[in-house]
Design a protein around this ligand. Structure first.
Ligand code: VG1
Ligand code: CO
Length: 561
């Protein structure tokens, strides 16, 4: 087989966001669009591509198969030696991370737009992961973006046809070089990893019940995303859960027309099922590519991701992996509520506050300074890989439940009694006009950051509660390991009592702008109030300061988490 060089012209806007490039399927289907982007990835990697191995797979959303075909042909023409592809193209994001680490390869290409809806009218996306298994850092994705702006040609081997719907090894001669495609089981490598981390025997006896314990009934919802194949292997085959303990576990290329996003709004079906049936003691859902998780208890008792992180942090010692490897530091992204900070202080562990996005945790993990971290956006994970990991989080929760012999709500109440409670909510205003959203951010920047001196000490009140601004800034972060700097990571308004209001624009949307407004406050004694009621005054103040309604015309958020 021979490769050829095809002339092309740049596309605007091929800029990877918080995690990969996300656009409507129709955009990726434009002639040369995917080809250009993949070629720029190889160009950014440079000479390392020669003779390399790369992992390829994703959540199986619409357009994945075509994109994988393109990747195979472009990889072959660029001198890649071998591609490891998940069967039918399926690999969760955490599974890709582990494959990269297990086989010590150059990187991975993940075909997913994560929690964004899929199907022909919706989103497609491409994420790049690097040698350590983590999302590519800004320096790399900026380089890819720069190259997309000036690309003139790509290399492709147009006659290379390779099926990937069945496992097997396929060898080709491309330009007198050997090129191999190995189609691998989507789950095996990942399932083996989970078995080294958790005590599957104990988890199985929790699920099936034992002489002194009733079976612990879970309802695991894959939301028609890629985790279905992992849930089948782990929960049904390994832990002997019943069919009625799992739902929506067949990956569909349009996710059955839902948002595969595990939160109270988009995973309502799960919430309703757990609420309606008191036999379920736990519910859990994952996003399309399997890196996010939501955990709820009996009666759909909601665990915020910030609390979930703190509870896991405080109970890591019941998990074999941490007994063996020890517990190093903890971290959370900046907008995540500070519950884990309190656990870090109590356990005397190093603690880090990073910008939004998993890529900022990788260096700390590689340096052995970080064991567990999380984001408010339903992401939790540890240094077993370099991605957040939905299934891992649920197995961690089950381990804690097994160990403490307590239900989820009781575990949370005990935690709050010891540490106090960090109330948290996030308001998302999706698909605002980009210009309007930018203007609002400029307004905040001028008001709070440029005029910081005037704003400090100013008092705002709502519903008989008054808050005094202690500090306002635009969050920036210096990586403690490589000293790289990430600026403009969100406008923060910090109040004297520790409450916070944060605004940032999403970096994962495919059209328009999404404004995210994060609110949190800490209560030492009062931990039973509804978060929306507790945080109402701060929400009002945030809307007042930002003039959100005036700028965007929005009366209400699209999603509240
Ligand atoms: C969102 C979340 C962020 C998460 C990112 C990727 O980014 O807020 O915490 O890391 O999605 O998640 P943004 O820029 O839209 O706020 V996923 O599941 O795409 O890989
Ligand atoms: Co995801």
């Amino acid at each position: 087989l021979k490769s050829i060089i095809v002339p092309t012209t740049p596309f605007e806007g091929q800029k990877p966001g918080t995690s990969g490039l996300r656009k409507k399927v129709a955009v990726f289907m434009e002639k040369n669009y995917t080809e250009n982007f993949i070629q720029c990835y190889f160009d950014a990697l440079g000479s390392k591509v020669e003779n390399s191995t790369i992992i390829v797979g994703g959540d199986g959303r619409y357009h994945s198969k075509r994109a994988i075909n393109t990747i195979i042909r472009i990889a072959a023409a660029n001198g890649v030696k071998k591609l490891l592809i998940g069967e039918i193209g399926l690999l969760s994001t955490p599974a890709v991370s582990n494959l990269i680490r297990t086989y010590k390869v150059l990187g991975g290409i993940v075909l997913t737009a994560s929690h964004n809806p899929g199907g022909i009218r919706n989103d497609f996306g491409i994420k790049f992961n690097i040698e350590n298994g983590g999302p590519a850092p800004d320096a790399f994705t900026n380089k890819v973006y720069e190259l997309t702006g000036k690309i003139k040609e790509y290399k492709i081997c147009p006659e290379l046809d390779c099926e990937f719907d069945k496992m097997g090894t396929f060898e080709f001669q491309v330009d007198d070089r050997e090129f191999i495609v190995e189609v691998i089981d989507s789950t095996e490598n990942y399932v083996n990893l989970m078995k080294t981390i958790f005590d599957f025997k104990k988890l199985k006896s929790l699920i099936t019940g034992s002489s002194d314990r009733e079976p612990f009934n879970v309802l695991i919802d894959s939301m028609n995303g890629v985790t279905g194949v992992y849930v089948k292997r782990i929960f049904l085959e390994e832990l002997h859960a019943h069919q009625e303990n799992v739902t929506r576990i067949v990956p569909l290329d349009n996710f059955g027309e839902i948002h595969p996003d595990p939160n109270l709004t988009y995973a309502k079906e799960l919430v309703d099922a757990v609420k309606a049936n008191p036999k379920y003691e736990m519910g859990a859902a994952f996003d399309g590519d399997g890196d996010r998780n939501m955990v709820i208890g009996k009666g759909a008792f909601f665990v915020t991701p910030s609390d979930s992180l703190a509870v896991i942090a405080n109970n890591l010692n019941c998990i074999p992996y941490f007994q063996k490897n020890g517990i190093h530091g903890f971290a959370r992204s900046m907008p995540t509520a500070g519950a884990v900070d309190l656990v870090a202080a109590k356990l005397n562990k190093e603690f880090f506050e990073t910008p939004t996005g998993w890529k900022y945790f990788g260096n700390l993990m590689d340096a052995g300074r970080l064991s567990l971290c999380g984001e408010e956006s339903f992401g939790t994970g540890s240094d077993h890989i370099r991605e957040k990991d939905g299934i891992w989080a649920v197995l961690a929760w089950l381990s804690i439940i097994e160990h403490k012999k307590m239900g989820i709500e009781d575990i949370l109440k005990e935690h709050w009694k010891i540490f106090g409670r960090n109330y948290f909510t996030r308001y998302d205003y999706e698909e605002c006009e980009t210009e309007a959203a930018n203007k609002m951010m400029d307004h905040l920047q001028n008001l709070l950051v440029n005029d910081a001196k005037e704003i400090v000490g100013k008092s705002y009140s709502s519903e008989n509660k008054a808050y005094i601004i202690k500090k306002a800034d635009d969050f920036s972060y210096v990586d403690p390991i490589d000293q790289s700097v990430a600026k403009n990571q969100g406008i923060r308004i910090l109040f004297e009592d520790g409450s916070r209001i944060i605004f940032r624009l999403s970096g994962t949307g495919s059209s328009g702008a999404t404004v995210r407004m994060y609110i949190d406050s800490y209560e030492r004694e009062n931990y039973t109030t509804d978060a929306q009621i507790m945080l109402k005054p701060l929400i009002n103040i945030a809307l007042e300061i930002s003039k959100l309604k005036e700028f965007t015309g929005r009366d209400a958020p699209t999603v509240i988490t």
